[in-house]
Ligand binder design. Structure first.
Ligand code: CTP
Length: 405
C-alpha cells in the first residue's frame, strides 16, 4: 500500500475511585477498559477502600493499586507525579460531592487529589451523589467551575438512588462511562464527514415463519459504527436483524430483507462521504413469498430463488460515489477471491476476513486490499480492528479527496 497503516498506540488511563456507594460500578468499568486493550492504573482514596477493596481492583486491572502518597513501591516517592506520567487521561469514578469540591478548589490532601492537581492530561469525572447533594448550590458552583477549568463531566443521570429517593445525581452505568471514555480518547479523524454503514445479516422471508438468512452477528459492523462516531463522524447505520445495542449517537435504520436494506441505503448514499458495506447481504430471495405458512406435505418442496441487488456495487457505480469500502468473507483463497470481488464491485478498498474465523467471534484478523497491495491487521478485538480500520479509511478518504481537488 502506498500509505502505511495508521499506528495506534495502546492507551493508558489512571482510574481514580472515591468513597461512594457507586464505587462497585468502577469494577465493571475496569473490566470493560481492560477487555478493550486499555492499560488501567487504579488509584483509590481511603474512603473508597471502605466500599470496594484494592484487591478486587488489582485482580481486575492486573496492576498494583495505589492509595497512599508515600507508597514505597515508587522508587523516588513521587507517586503523585509518576502514576499519571504518560497517561492519556485521569478518570474519576465515582466522584463524590466532597471530591468535586476539592477539585474545584485545587486541594491536594491525598494521593488522588494530588495526582489531579499535578496532572498534564485531561481529567474526566463521573459524579455520584444523592439528589439534594447534587442540587446543593455549592455543588452546582463547583461543577460549573470544573467545566470552566476544562474538566469533562460524565453525567450524572436521573434515576433510583441508593438512599431510596429518585432524582438527579445517580452515576452513569459502567458501559456508558466506558463508551464516553473510549470516544474521548480517539483522535477525531472524521469530523465533518457522514459515514453510511450496513451491518448484520438480511432475512428473506419464505413464509410468515420461515426464511433464508446469512450467518452474521453484526458485531463488526456495530464496532465500526462506534469507531466512526468516536472519530467524530456523523453515522447512519442500516442494520439487519441482530441482538446488539446500537450506539446511541448513530442514526439507525432497522431493516429485514436485502430489498429493505437497498431502499434505506438509496435514501442516504448520495449524502454520504464514506460507505462501508459490512452487512452479510443474502444473495438470493424467494421469487414469491407465501402469505400463509407453507404446510408440510412430505413431498419435496421446490423454491425458486431470484438474485438480490448488489448494494455495494450500486453505491460504487453512482456518478459521484462516496468512498466505498467492502467486506469479503471467504472460506478459502482469501486474498485472491477478495481482490477479485474488489475489482468486480469497483471499490477502492476491500476488507477480507476468513468467514470461519470471524462469524460470531469477539475478535478478528483482517487483510486490507486496495489497488496497491495488501496489509494485514493482526488478530485483535473487533473494537480494536474497527478503530484501526476507521483510521486507515479516514486517511485514504482524505488523500483521495485531496487528489480530486
Ligand atoms: N454486498 C452487497 N449487496 C449484496 C451482496 C453483497 O452490498 N447483494 C456487499 C457486502 O456488504 C460486502 C461485499 O458486498 O461488503 C461482499 O459481500 P460477499 O457476500 O462476500 O460477496 P458476494 O458479492 O455476495 O460474493 P460471493 O457470495 O460470491 O462470495
Amino acid at each position: 500500500m502506498a500509505e502505511s497503516i495508521v499506528e495506534m498506540r495502546q492507551k493508558r488511563i489512571v482510574l481514580g475511585i472515591t468513597g461512594g456507594i457507586a464505587a462497585y460500578k468502577a469494577a465493571d468499568l475496569v473490566r470493560l477498559l481492560i477487555k478493550d486493550g486499555i492499560e488501567v492504573q487504579v488509584v483509590m482514596t481511603e474512603a473508597a477502600c471502605g466500599f470496594i477493596t484494592p484487591v478486587t481492583m488489582q485482580a481486575l486491572s492486573g496492576k498494583p493499586v495505589f492509595t497512599d502518597m508515600w507508597d514505597a513501591r515508587i522508587a523516588d516517592n513521587m507517586a503523585h507525579i509518576e502514576l499519571s506520567r504518560g497517561a492519556d487521561a485521569i478518570v474519576v469514578v465515582p466522584a463524590t460531592t466532597d471530591f468535586l469540591a476539592k477539585l474545584a478548589n485545587g486541594l491536594a490532601d491525598d494521593l488522588l487529589s494530588t495526582l489531579c492537581v499535578a496532572r498534564e492530561c485531561p481529567l474526566l469525572v463521573a459524579p455520584a451523589m444523592n439528589r439534594q447533594m447534587w442540587e446543593n448550590k455549592a455543588t452546582q458552583r463547583n461543577v460549573a467551575q470544573l467545566a470552566r477549568d476544562g474538566v469533562v463531566l460524565l453525567g450524572p443521570a436521573s434515576g433510583d438512588q441508593a438512599c431510596g429517593e429518585v432524582g438527579m445525581g445517580r452515576m452513569l452505568e459502567a458501559q456508558q462511562i466506558f463508551e464516553a471514555v473510549t470516544a474521548f480518547l480517539q483522535p477525531k479523524f472524521l469530523t465533518g464527514t457522514h459515514v453510511l454503514i450496513t451491518a448484520g445479516p438480511t432475512f428473506e422471508a419464505i413464509d410468515p415463519v420461515r426464511g433464508i438468512t446469512n450467518r452474521s452477528s453484526g458485531k463488526m459492523g456495530y464496532a465500526i459504527a462506534r469507531a466512526a462516531l468516536d472519530a467524530g463522524a456523523k453515522v447512519t447505520l442500516v442494520t439487519g436483524p441482530v441482538s446488539l445495542e446500537a450506539p446511541a449517537a448513530a442514526r439507525v435504520e432497522r431493516v429485514e430483507s436485502a430489498g429493505d436494506m437497498f431502499e434505506a441505503v438509496k435514501k442516504h448514499a448520495k449524502a454520504a462521504d464514506i460507505f462501508i458495506g459490512v452487512a452479510a447481504v443474502a444473495d438470493y430471495r424467494v421469487a414469491k413469498t407465501s402469505k400463509q405458512k407453507i404446510k408440510k406435505t412430505g413431498a419435496d418442496l421446490d423454491l425458486k430463488l431470484v438474485p438480490n441487488p448488489d448494494i455495494l456495487a450500486w453505491v460504487a457505480a453512482l456518478p459521484k460515489p462516496p468512498f466505498c469500502v467492502g467486506f469479503a468473507a471467504e472460506s478459502q483463497k482469501l486474498h485472491e477471491f477478495a481482490d477479485a470481488k474488489r475489482r468486480r464491485k469497483k471499490v477502492p478498498l476491500m476488507v477480507a476476513n476468513l468467514a470461519q474465523d470471524a462469524i460470531g467471534a469477539d475478535d478478528n484478523e483482517v487483510t486490507l486490499l486496495d489497488d496497491i497491495g495488501t496489509h494485514t491487521l493482526p488478530r485483535a478485538s473487533k473494537p480494536e480492528i474497527a478503530r484501526q480500520l476507521v483510521a486507515h479509511i479516514a486517511k485514504r478518504y482524505k488523500s483521495r479527496k485531496n487528489k480530486s481537488r
